[in-house]
Design a protein around this ligand. Sequence first.
Ligand SMILES: Cc1cc2nc3c(=O)[nH]c(=O)nc-3n(C[C@H](O)[C@H](O)[C@H](O)COP(=O)(O)OP(=O)(O)OC[C@H]3O[C@@H](n4cnc5c(N)ncnc54)[C@H](O)[C@@H]3O)c2cc1C
Length: 411
Amino acid sequence: MRVAIIGAGIVGLATAHALLDRGHEVVLVEPGAKQGRPTDGNAGWIAHTDVMPLASPKAWRNLPRWLMDPLGPLTIRPGYLPHLAPWLARFILASLPHRIEASIGAIRSINAEALPAWKGLLSSLKLDGHLRENGILSVWRHRSSFAQAKDLLERQRRFGIPVEILSPDDLARLEPALRNVEAAVLYPDACHVSDPALLAADLMRLALDRGAAHVPAHVLAVEPRQDAVHVRTDGAMEEIISDRIVVAAGAWSRSLAQQLGDRIPLDTERGYNATYPKGTFGLNHPIMFEGEGFVATPLDTGDRVGGAVEFAGLTSLPNHRRTDAMVQRLTGFLPHLQAETPAKRWMGFRPSIPDSLPVIGPAGKDPRVVYAFGHGHYGLTQAAITSELVADLVEQKPTGMDLKPFLPQRF
Ligand SMILES: Cc1cc2nc3c(=O)[nH]c(=O)nc-3n(C[C@H](O)[C@H](O)[C@H](O)COP(=O)(O)OP(=O)(O)OC[C@H]3O[C@@H](n4cnc5c(N)ncnc54)[C@H](O)[C@@H]3O)c2cc1C
């Protein structure tokens, strides 16, 4: 079949390879990496050991403190509140205990397959060199807040995820530069990539080498007709005709789905980061600073601190005072870090759904259109397994995973 993929972010690129593996003709319709697409600037974690949705007891516990601080880990720009209201209402519903349990089960079901899927994809393309398998740390400033994480750690263990609670000596040996940490955990099986932008660039290059076509255009409309699915673009090739369409346009997917009659509660959680020259942090592992809303990753190309959640939509300008505030908080853990060291600052658009689950499934009116977006904080982690599921959906074959929690019809 001829399959047009709208969006060549990490999800679209992984999907291109899954479809090429199965012998399909692939057309990537991508205007050229929109400013702030998260595929390029994310933290690089294959966070398959994570199981909690954003609507979690942890978030609600921290919410009052976070919202009091306009530069804190979670902010809603006041002017954006009316637009966000329907999303927020669903977020509150997703926080009901039985809904949290459902989200945890679904996140685990997809994350459990995430690393094997990435390993399969990377090794088939001889890109294994992008994977860094030396674990990820979570650290807590206070033992009292670590105590609140005990249930989560127990749950992860019940899921079969290795979790090692570290003694102060263990932590000092693994991360001698870290200060002001009273508790730490190592997830030895979690991993990260060399640099997410380099990985995406390699996946794009190899997709083209393998015969995929690239149409450098912005999709304006998707029109399923009897003969085929037609895509209208703003590019020189105004119409693309194909047997199947995959919508993988990240946070920009909502209006495309809406044209097809599907009202998906997709919004963006904007995230910020700063990337310093390699070695600046002196860290050996990626680290989650629990309760602070940021992570640090020693990428091959530089040391990145990133995170935060800002609800302000797709068009308003970044507020890099948030990045500066995050860096300032990081200096509390890495006192040798000079906040004024020049860093590259960035803001990107996580494609977010209130229940923290991606949308993977056929469009309501026409199964020839398949959705693959809304991966929120886990788009890199889940891209490879998503691509396998999407390839099954494109071929209208049964998937090896229960897709009910991810279907667009769940809303
Ligand atoms: C600060 C931060 C840190 C993160 N860290 C991690 C992490 O460590 N691990 C993890 O798993 N996830 C992480 N994420 C989330 C992850 O980056 C995203 O979930 C993921 O990149 C989404 O990928 P995507 O391909 O769906 O979307 P995108 O990266 O947004 O790509 C979508 C593509 O679609 C194109 N497009 C848009 N509209 C159209 C159109 N109309 N026509 C044609 N093309 C179009 C865009 O140009 C873009 O290239 C992080 C995100 C942020 C912001």
